[in-house]
Design a binder for this molecule. Structure first.
Ligand code: C5P
Length: 217
């Protein structure tokens, strides 16, 4: 039984990777199973929130009670998020968004030619979390929560990322151990400092995170 700490709240969550096309049969993506974001969506629903999940491509079923929209690219994810931010009390950005997309993507399949390889040009994607955080600053909502998957210098990078994104709460995890795994250790960075949660199955970690967020609202 989960206490309904988010009753009456609207929670917007991104999860999974994004997929940026190179041509109709190829693309670039990030490593993300979506498990953590989906666990957060489920935990938020258990806590009484109405939950809207914007998901990149994953193999996961939609958690019970959660509204889900599927997207492929970072720009589609941004548009889907922006369509929902106004009514949202909390935005939790768990998605592993591609930092770049292919500017010269082809709408026809690129053909192999002897000795030649395609020259891909990359351009930067919008930062969804930073965009939402900046847009909501004046209104004081949604309360924005970012994630950081790091392999080293976790504390330093997490603090820097929290400042750079302009969010009140930044959740760090260890990219080496969390990727695709069923358990996760979360570090929560806010104004007051750091709260370290024990290593837990992702759903248990998500429930703890939701109660930490509810306390800060
Ligand atoms: O900068 P970095 O990708 O490490 O930041 C991770 C955090 O920012 C995550 O919360 C992720 O969902 C979010 N993000 C985003 N849009 C991007 C890149 C990251 O919302 N283009």
């Amino acid at each position: 039984f989960q206490p309904k700490v988010l009753a009456g709240k609207r929670v917007l969550i991104t999860a999974g990777p994004t997929f940026e096309p190179i041509d109709p049969v190829r693309g670039i993506t990030n490593v993300s199973s979506g498990k953590m974001g989906y666990a957060v969506a489920r935990a938020a629903w258990e806590a009484g929130a109405s939950v809207y999940l914007v998901s990149g491509p994953t193999a996961l079923p939609t958690p019970h009670g959660v509204s889900r929209v599927n997207v492929q690219t970072a720009r589609e994810m941004l548009a889907a998020v922006q369509a929902q931010t106004e009514g949202s009390d909390v935005f939790i950005s768990v998605a592993a968004v591609s930092d770049w997309r292919v500017e010269n993507a082809s709408d026809r399949k690129l053909k192999k030619s002897a000795g030649g390889v395609p020259a891909l040009q990359f351009t930067e994607n919008p930062d969804i979390l930073a965009t939402v955080a900046a847009a909501g600053k004046a209104a004081g909502r949604p309360y924005c929560v970012g994630f950081a998957a790091e392999t080293d210098h976790i504390e330093q990078y997490a603090r820097e990322k929290r400042a750079r994104k302009g969010v009140p709460l930044l959740v760090a995890n260890n990219a080496r151990s969390a990727m695709g795994a069923d358990a996760n250790t979360l570090w929560l960075f806010d104004d007051a400092g750091v709260t370290t949660l024990p290593e837990l199955p992702k759903l248990s970690a998500a429930r703890r995170l939701i109660s930490e967020i509810a306390r800060r609202l």
